[in-house]
Design a protein around this ligand. Structure first.
Ligand SMILES: O=C(O)CCC(=O)C(=O)O
Length: 285
């Protein structure tokens, strides 16, 4: 189903029914060029470090890939240091998408860039629901209704380059007890995980995006993503918003619909923000 930003009623209805939706052409070629350059800048910066690196909420996950050597899997909260990424995190076009679901007073939990460089062997995400990452749970009230995850496609997003795949309607199943088998980003996307939950892998759909499209999904929507067997990267810029009155964590993104710039970092995920605020390497790569 191809929806445009103007088809607000349709994409909200689609989201409510299936737990995700795609809006075509939200961002134009100029926007995507700017974002693509930001991806290159942040990737180079992350690789300038010897391993995974944290400074306050900023985190670069660097991994050792069997085929390519050191690669960047993701960067968290680049908007603290990159003006372009900061501008897009509070872009009104993203607000317009989520406001019908969440209102216009929003905090942000996810500000994240993902890469899947061509030829890399270890870039899959096992099937999961994002609700598992919303911790501590006591900081979130009714997270399934008060939180929406968005993704801006920078590259074409196809099965060959490791598109996300989703289980439509799975947001209605509640939080499922996926087997705890290490980090989601270290697991291959496997139909066995769905079968183990009594779910039919035949229901899975590919999330097909073109550059500038925006996908958004519910915290309970089951999704994962496969390997990149193409010659093209597969980059997405993720921004996750929560109704401010339903969450004790996160950076303000919009107040009364007005963009909120970042200041001194506040608690989002990094529990040691105040006790260990200095830059350091994280040695679990
Ligand atoms: O980038 C991807 O393919 C996976 C994204 C994902 O699963 C997530 O952000 O929860």
């Amino acid at each position: 189903m191809h929806l445009q930003l103007d088809d607000r009623d349709d994409y909200i209805a689609f989201y409510r029914e299936f737990g995700y939706a795609v809006i075509k052409g939200v961002f134009g070629p100029g926007d995507i060029r700017e974002l693509g350059e930001a991806f290159d800048r942040v990737q180079a910066r992350a690789l300038s470090h010897g391993g995974s690196f944290r400074h306050q909420n900023v985190f670069f996950r660097v991994a050792q890939d069997r085929a390519l050597g050191r690669i960047v899997r993701y960067a968290q909260w680049p908007s603290y240091f990159d003006e372009v990424l900061a501008r897009f995190r509070t872009d009104r076009r993203l607000l317009e998408i989520v406001a019908p679901l969440l209102g216009t007073d929003l905090k942000q939990i996810i500000n994240q860039m993902h890469w899947k460089p061509p030829g890399a062997e270890m870039v899959e995400f096992g099937y999961h629901q994002d609700i598992r990452f919303r911790r501590p749970r006591s900081a979130y009230r009714a997270p399934e209704q008060s939180y929406v995850q968005t993704a801006i496609a920078i590259d074409p997003h196809r099965r060959e380059n490791g598109a996300m795949t989703l289980y439509p309607g799975s947001h209605k199943l509640g939080e499922l007890a996926f087997p705890e088998r290490g980090r989601v980003m270290d697991r291959a996307k496997s139909e066995d995980d769905l079968l183990a939950m009594g779910l039919d892998p035949g229901n899975i759909v590919d999330l097909i995006l073109d550059p500038g499209d925006v996908a958004f999904w519910n915290l309970n929507t089951i999704h994962g993503s496969g390997p990149n067997t193409s010659r093209m990267d597969r980059r997405v810029y993720l921004n996750g918003y929560v109704r401010a009155d339903a969450c004790d964590r996160g950076e303000w993104a919009f107040r009364g619909g007005e963009p909120c710039p970042l200041g001194d970092p506040v608690l989002v995920h990094y529990e040691d923000l105040h006790s260990r605020p200095h830059p350091h390497y994280v040695d679990d790569v």
